[in-house]
Design a protein around this ligand. Sequence first.
Ligand code: NAD
Length: 466
Amino acid sequence: MVDFIAVINPATEALIKEIPIDDSAAVVEKVRQARIAQPKWAARSLTEKIEVIKTFKDLLIQQVDPLASIMTAETGKPISQSRNEIAATPPRIDFFIEQIEPVIAAQHLYQEPRNALPGTGQLEEIISYDPLGVIANISAWNYPYFVGTNVFIPALLTGNAVLYKPSEIATMTGLKITDLLHEAGVPEDIFVPVVGAGLTGAALLDQPIDGVFFTGSYETGKKIAIAAAPKLIKVQLELGGKDPAYVCDDVDAATAAASLADGAFYNNGQSCCAIERIYVHTDVYEPFLEAFLQTVKAFKLGKPTHPDTYLGPLSRKPQLAVLTQQVADAVEKGAKAHRGGQPVDRTGFYFAPMILTDVTHEMTVMKEESFGPVIGIQRVQDDDEAIALMNDTDYGLTAAVYASERERAVKILGKVSSGSAYWNCCDRVSPRLPWTGRNHSGIGSTLSKAGIRTFLQPRGWHLRKP
Ligand code: NAD
């Protein structure tokens, strides 16, 4: 019997489509075929691979609107934000295309005699780079284009075959991405979709793969690491966060509030790098809070298909209960609730945005990932208190400081454990910089040159002429 993924529209709760799930036998066969095909793909010239990826990029650019509609239908992401994500993907692809050649080029490090021409020395030491081989990319639903391309574009350019399991919440998008890659010229056995949820992901990990690149929650990341451990393969995990921001006493409160409200509530707070907790110096606390409340009040909640909507439904129904519980726990322990904070009485997985003050680290809302439109704002007396609270977490994805002086911000950020450090900005990703987490936020890096090299394994050559 074939099982199906039921794709539900989170705004209407209507069934959009049923998509057949790959059973274990199908997963076995897909990995087997990819294994056979991978050496031929790796042997193709870099120019050819780049051309194929450029074609994929062009197809994305031509189809922003229809692709955005699919993503909005299945995830509930507001249509303007879906368009933004797809339109911002090509510059990331360009970064990989620009950087690939020097990153994969062999390095001639040493030769004797020193003045000999390359390839003519008595002794030479060279590093070359081979693809990992066949890799699994198990992906999240919240930014399928960003987190997907961060992995599969450099993986393909470096000659790997990719078994791509999109999230069950973004399967239609994942299959559309697959179609576009194939249309662009990536062979069907080289970029291979694997359809299903957790059980299918686990079945994929049972196969003889050479690496797993995962984006998702800490809880699942742990399972991935455990499943991959006996294979001794490359494991890269991009996980969640409880990202803090600290607002110093010398900033313009309204500017900081506008930036941080967007950082907390963009994509309904369903971003790994969403601001999840804010510490405000007591000297600017009142004006900051007032400006923050006003900003959030202006966010339009509604149908995700409407161009003016800023807050759509949550993508997953169970998250409504998680957020309701976090808010209840905080209020019970003395927090003040400023707005909303409960499911909205209408069809769809809507949750009214919630701002909590008088919060403490005894409350789950300040310790566990919310992944929704809920934020705690805590008053602090000085920089040291802010640093201690920012570090009071199991996560370490990003941290932000809003301050007039760069020196002060850099000094504070240097004492906070995080993979990304922001001064007067937040919720920002750059293709030039590594996207990486500390502690429970993950292992390894995507983006930057490190995010290309991660799909390669080095080989050291010791060449001595007879
Ligand atoms: P999730 O952990 O529920 O699922 C992620 C993927 O893992 C899905 O494809 C799912 O089907 C698969 N999966 C589930 N159980 C599995 C198993 N036992 N074996 C193999 N695969 C399995 O996460 P999600 O809800 O899709 O995404 C939200 C989480 O992802 C948040 O914690 C968010 O912070 C994090 N995230 C992190 C980044 C980053 O770059 N650090 C980016 C986006 C999202």
